[in-house]
Design a protein around this ligand. Structure first.
Ligand code: BGC
Length: 378
């Protein structure tokens, strides 16, 4: 009730002024702050092979990239490489400078998870001129022929899994009543986000078309739902705007979110609007961060996508080894990832849906997380 009254007042004053912050916004999207240029410890340093790898990661503001960086460093060091691991805190210029420094140091290989996949074309040309092979890590490097291989997950598959989870959980195939849904999609400068949206819509579009799903904001296209730099704050603000603008007298049933960080922002917006256990919507995510798994256990997030970053690092380290030894790495896709200049041979790992029913098996029993890590997540 509290929620409805608040919503009605806010809706009356805000409905005309509703300005959803989306792709055009300039948020940096950090959920916690940390400096750049971090190093993490390695357990299994092998004897040096005399080669150095530059690893450029986008940000430490989300847990997944910290884990990715740690895994890459560990895996490469176990193969005898020296590793220069750098984070750029979602600052494109900082990432470019880090890469320039690595090229000047004549590293033997570059592994790059870009901030903006189109922004590195010039620095990648420099790498090519210096004969330094480049491997795109998780995010495809666009509009360049300077990239040798790509290690990632099936990114359209991530979206498909999110769509299928919602389809199943909301019982869409047999639903007799319409359900409301809003979309929170990834960064427009990240090819993964485009593919994820395609995967989601491949499953859910038919339910929007036949009225089983109703998106009251009307925002379903990628352009209308993308969130620059995967910003948690923007997701929260968008959700607040959706709730006050469109959900004054009807509940939001489903928040189709492409990222755990968005799910945290959505949770905060719902709590502020008075949603409780009885009317809490289905909320999805991506990355299976410890906080997300805790929220899933607590019923504040419904599902996420588990991407085993240890496996990704292993596949990527194998690529580094192959290019630096002049052999062929393991790939399993030579068709999908066209970056506008070339089709990049790829290894795609499988993403898995995680919820309350299978989290134990996927992330605890497998040793991916310790139970206390999840319980102590803040
Ligand atoms: C990754 C996702 C991640 C997102 C935000 C994407 O490129 O594939 O796993 O959630 O970036 O960091």
């Amino acid at each position: 009730m509290k929620k409805r009254i608040l919503s009605m007042i806010l809706a009356a004053t805000m409905v005309f002024a509703l300005a959803l912050t989306g792709c055009g916004s300039n948020d940096s999207g950090s959920s916690s702050d940390s400096g750049s240029g971090s190093d993490s410890g390695s357990e299994e340093k092998a004897e040096s092979n005399g080669k150095k790898v530059g690893v450029a990661m986008p940000t430490q503001s989300s847990e997944r990239w910290i884990k990715d960086g740690e895994n890459m460093k560990k895996q490469l060091e176990a193969l005898g490489y020296e590793v220069d691991l750098q984070y750029a805190e979602d600052d494109i210029q900082a990432q470019t400078s880090q890469l320039e420094t690595m090229i000047a140091q004549q590293v033997d290989c570059l592994v790059i998870a870009s901030i903006d996949s189109e922004a590195l074309v010039n620095v990648l040309d420099q790498a090519k001129e210096a004969n330094i092979p480049v491997i795109a890590y998780d995010r495809l490097l666009m509009s360049t022929d300077a990239v040798s291989y790509y290690a990632s997950f099936d990114n359209e598959g991530v979206g498909r899994k999110i769509g299928e989870y919602i389809e199943e959980k909301a019982g869409l195939a047999t639903a007799t009543e319409p359900q409301t849904i809003e979309f929170f999609m990834g960064s427009p400068d990240d090819n993964n986000a485009v593919l994820l949206h395609k995967g989601v819509m491949g499953v859910l579009q038919k339910y929007l078309d036949n009225g089983t799903l109703v998106c009251k904001s009307g925002r379903t296209s990628f352009e209308d739902t993308c969130i620059l730099r995967w910003s948690q704050e923007t997701a929260q603000q968008n959700c607040e705007n959706f709730l006050t603008g469109f959900y004054a007298d009807e509940d939001l049933d489903i928040a189709c979110s492409a990222f755990d960080g968005f799910a945290y922002g959505i949770k905060a917006a719902l709590e502020a609007a008075g949603y409780s256990e009885e009317d809490w919507p289905i909320i999805t995510g991506q990355d299976a961060e410890v906080m997300a798994v805790k929220n899933i256990i607590d019923g504040k997030q419904t599902a996420t996508i588990f991407k085993d970053t240890g496996l990704l690092a292993e596949k990527c380290a194998g690529m580094v080894k192959a290019v630096s030894e002049g052999s062929e790495p393991e790939v399993n896709d030579t068709e999908t990832y066209d970056n506008g200049k070339m089709v990049v041979p790829s290894y795609l790992c499988e993403p898995l849906s995680l919820d309350k029913d299978n989290y134990k098996e996927l992330v605890i029993d497998s040793g991916y997380y310790k139970e206390e890590e999840i319980m102590n997540a803040k």
